[in-house]
Design a protein around this ligand. Structure first.
Ligand SMILES: NC(=O)c1ccc[n+]([C@@H]2O[C@H](COP(=O)([O-])OP(=O)(O)OC[C@H]3O[C@@H](n4cnc5c(N)ncnc54)[C@H](OP(=O)(O)O)[C@@H]3O)[C@@H](O)[C@H]2O)c1
Length: 333
């Protein structure tokens, strides 16, 4: 049977989704964005990817986070997104924030990795073609490259905006000092940095501890948190063992050995706090990030529509009592 045409839900902006201004820009981002790092590659079924993307957009998640090498195989998450763009999302393009990135390894040889102008420019052209897009909304330097002068990487970002291939730029996982250089350079070249993307969740608080979250706010730059669920650890996924097909069972980016009895014990205790708040552990973990408006958006990953539905539920309660925060800290810190 042929798939019926996609019509976005009329209620997509009437539900629980809220939008937060991104730094000092004119852009508002949904508090939850959807990332395509896992589960959207050519090893996954197109039907599930399509369902998740449709469900997300129908529920106000209008920001989709991609990178050149998401898959596997590299490039295939962008290709999947390109299929959905062509078949479903095209009429809604102007309602969406679509991102891509380059920095980590993508193709063989010295021009398929790093922060060079050559790599960034070529990679974005390839990403646009895979995604069936004329431009991305945000193009990121995916990581800091100590072997490329920062001016070269940053000027490439400026020129990409001037070419009209990206509307805004961001940096991801850059260290504190380099980030300040980037904010100053980009502002001085009329391309203010829109957003910093960093790893941040209840377990991994390094970005806050290093002052990077606060630095972004001080510079009028938004902050978006990736791996907000510590790749699924901060959910109910591993409370009763390691399910087949879960990220830990696949063992590439999350290893079985990381799911220790001590960790599972902590997760059960966190789950009790979540239950007392009337939330799932997933919802409390996301709410913990969203309680501060210095975190513009959190980028969730997902392997099913049910997981996205669960995550969306966090938005009904993103405030914590001091006692709740202290109880969480006493388990994790
Ligand atoms: N800039 C960077 O360097 C960088 C690095 C990493 C990620 N990112 C971005 O951040 C996005 C999110 O990263 P992430 O995938 O690590 O995020 P995450 O939200 O921490 O983990 C997502 C995983 O958690 C599990 N999960 C999600 N919701 C659940 C629920 N309700 N119940 C049970 N389990 C649930 C699923 O695991 P299963 O698959 O096991 O079901 C899902 O794949 C990426 O897609 C990417 O866009 C950026």
């Amino acid at each position: 049977m042929v798939n019926p045409p996609y019509y976005a839900a009329d209620s997509r902006y009437d539900g629980s989704m809220t939008y937060e201004r991104c730094g000092r820009s004119g852009i508002q981002l949904p508090r939850l964005s959807l990332g395509l790092w896992h589960n959207f590659g050519d090893v996954n079924t197109l039907a599930n990817s399509r369902e998740m993307l449709h469900f997300a957009f129908n529920n106000g998640i209008n920001c989709f986070d991609l990178a050149n090498n998401y898959g596997p195989s590299y490039g295939s998450a962008e290709e999947t997104f390109g299929v959905i763009m062509k078949k479903s999302f095209r009429p809604y393009r102007d309602e969406m924030i679509i991102t891509s990135k380059a920095g980590y390894d993508m193709w063989p040889g010295p021009y398929g990795i790093g922060g060079s102008r050559k790599y960034l420019m070529a990679s974005l052209d390839q990403s646009l073609s895979r995604m069936n897009l004329d431009y991305v909304d945000i193009f990121y330097s995916h990581c800091y490259d100590p072997n490329t002068p920062m001016e070269e990487t940053l000027q490439a970002l400026v020129d990409i905006v001037r070419q009209g291939k990206a509307l805004y730029v961001g940096i991801s996982q850059w260290p504190y000092e380099a980030s300040q250089f980037a904010y100053d350079y980009l502002a001085a070249h009329d391309t203010p940095c829109l957003i910093y993307q960093g790893r941040y969740n209840m377990i991994d608080r390094q970005k806050a501890q290093e002052g990077i979250v606060e630095q972004a706010a001080r510079n009028g730059v938004g902050f978006t948190a990736f791996s907000p669920l510590e790749q699924g650890i901060l959910t109910s996924r591993y409370l009763n063992g390691i399910p087949e097909g879960s990220r830990a069972s696949l063992g590439k980016f999350l290893k079985r050995e990381q799911i220790t009895p001590e960790l599972v014990d902590k997760l059960h205790r966190l789950n009790d706090i979540a239950a007392a708040r009337g939330q799932s552990l997933t919802q409390m973990s996301l709410a913990w990030l969203l309680k501060d408006n210095t975190v513009t958006s959190v980028i969730i990953g997902s392997s099913s529509v049910d997981q996205i539905r669960d995550s969306l539920g966090c938005l009904s309660n993103i405030t914590f009592t001091p006692e709740e925060l202290q109880a969480i800290d006493s388990i994790l810190c």
